[in-house]
Each structure stands twice: as structure tokens, then as C-alpha cells.
Design a protein around this ligand. Structure first.
Ligand SMILES: Nc1ncnc2c1ncn2[C@@H]1O[C@H](COP(=O)(O)OP(=O)(O)OP(=O)(O)O)[C@@H](O)[C@H]1O
Ligand SMILES: [Mg+2]
Length: 230
């Protein structure tokens, strides 16, 4: 099967600083990959390369078999890649309900929007209780739920989730992971960048462990724990 995302011998630089060295990985459609490694090892850089935010200085990025190595960020976005970063993807001055309307509105009828909102609220009762609250005043965990509810609604082909559980209480982390499982079950391929190794490996099929910008381990999720020292 053609991998959904493929990085082949990728290098990435920030000016003179080299952040990734000869990194290769491939994710099959429908799979969940955990991307692990200590602080500064290049996880976020790899996530940025995969979503077109950083252009590789060498190597190839393929999405669904097409070469995107020299492409612009918007061309990556058009393929159905969604890069979720903490606190980024909500409109702080709009209500919870308005945020969902915006996310769900594209290409749907009024009735379909209403049905899709019901699905989101059923998954996130806390958001239902706060549907009229201004999103910027939600707690950190609630904001994360809202951004995940939006991702779930958009049904991207590939979700890149960079440290979505950072700074959240354990019980909220559990619900973030339950939501990621729903997103996977709805057919989205996942690349999960994570410090919570246990959580990430529990949901992942495969794992890549980075160290100082190079791949230290690539293979089955079960085998990664021994390589990841964080
Ligand atoms: N915009 C930038 N300009 C210059 N250097 C950068 C930039 N972004 C990241 N780096 C450097 O690249 C290296 C890899 O950073 P990256 O953010 O990819 O690591 P990470 O594995 O995501 O770390 P963390 O676990 O702390 O989030 C680090 O040494 C970092 O300082
Ligand atoms: Mg990072």
C-alpha cells in the first residue's frame, strides 16, 4: 500500500543550525505513529516538515505518493493535513458554539451542521455546558478539547498532534487520548508527538524515536519504550 506520509533522507536547518539529519519514516493510511525523543531532539521540526511549515534542506517528502518536497505550506494543507499545536486552532474571541459552527460550516447544510455539532457535544459534555462561553476564557484543557472537537469535525486525512497533552491534568490527558482514538476510528491517520510516552505508545501502532536530530529507533510501538529515555 502507498504510505500516506513518507519522509526519505530528510535534513532540515534553521539558518546554519542543522535540526534533522537523514531522517526517514513512513506512515500507512489509518495507522497511528508516535514520535518520541527528548527536548530539542527535532520532533517539532519533523512535524513542521511533515505539514509543510519547514521545507527540508535535503531529502523528499511524499504525501499519498506525491512529491511535496518543494511545495508551499498551503499546498500541504490542501491535501488534508491538519497540524494541531497547543492553543493555536481556536478563535479566542468567539463562543464555543461559534467556533464549532465555523469548523463545521464548510460544505455542510444547516441541518448537517446541527447534527455534526450534536456529535461534538455528545463527545465533549463539558463543551456543551459551555457552548455560549467565549473560547478564550476556557481553561487550558477545555481549549484543547475545543480544538480537538474542531479536528474531529474536519476529518483530516492526517492529523499531526504536537504535544497536545502538554501541561494538562492526567484526567484531561486521558480524555484527549480518548478523542484521538475517536479521530483514528473516523479514518484519520495520526502522527502523535508526545512527552507522555506511555499514553502515546498505548495508542500507536508504530513509533519513531529521535535523538539529536537523527532516528534512533523506528519500528513497532512495543519496541520503542526501551529506546526512549524521557
Ligand atoms: N525557529 C527556530 N530557529 C532556530 N532553531 C530552532 C528553531 N526551532 C527549533 N530550533 C532548534 O532545533 C532543535 C530541535 O528543536 P525542536 O523544536 O524540533 O525539538 P523538539 O524535539 O520538538 O523539542 P521539545 O520536546 O522541547 O518540544 C533545537 O535545538 C531547537 O533549539
Ligand atoms: Mg517540540
Amino acid at each position: 500500500m502507498t504510505p500516506l506520509l513518507e519522509l526519505i533522507n530528510v535534513d532540515a536547518r534553521y539558518g546554519p543550525f542543522r535540526a534533522l539529519f537523514d531522517v526517514s519514516l513512513s506512515i500507512q493510511p489509518g495507522a497511528v505513529m508516535a514520535l518520541l525523543g527528548p527536548n530539542g531532539s527535532g520532533k517539532t521540526t519533523l512535524a513542521r516538515v511533515a505539514s509543510g511549515l519547514v521545507r527540508p534542506s535535503a531529502g523528499t517528502v511524499r504525501f499519498d505518493g506525491t512529491d511535496f518536497s518543494g511545495s508551499e505550506t498551503y499546498e500541504f494543507a490542501r491535501t488534508g493535513i491538519f497540524h494541531a499545536v497547543e492553543g493555536r486552532s481556536i478563535f479566542a474571541t468567539l463562543s464555543v458554539d461559534e467556533n464549532l459552527e465555523l469548523a463545521l460550516g464548510r460544505g455542510r447544510s444547516r441541518t448537517e451542521v446541527s447534527e455534526a455539532k450534536d456529535v461534538a457535544y455528545a463527545l465533549f459534555p463539558r463543551l456543551a455546558e459551555r457552548r455560549n462561553q467565549i473560547a478564550g476564557t476556557l481553561s487550558g484543557g477545555e481549549q484543547r478539547m475545543l480544538s480537538l472537537a474542531r479536528v474531529l469535525a474536519e476529518q483530516p486525512r492526517l492529523l499531526i498532534a504536537d504535544e497536545l497533552s502538554l501541561g494538562l491534568a492526567p484526567i484531561i490527558v486521558d480524555s484527549v487520548y480518548e478523542t484521538l482514538a475517536h479521530i483514528r476510528d473516523a479514518g484519520t491517520t495520526l502522527l502523535i508527538v508526545e512527552q507522555h510516552v506511555g499514553h502515546a505508545l498505548a495508542i500507536a501502532d508504530e513509533a519513531v524515536v529521535l535523538a539529536k536530530g537523527s532516528v534512533k529507533y523506528a519500528g513497532a510501538a512495543e519496541g520503542a519504550a526501551a529506546y526512549s529515555t524521557i
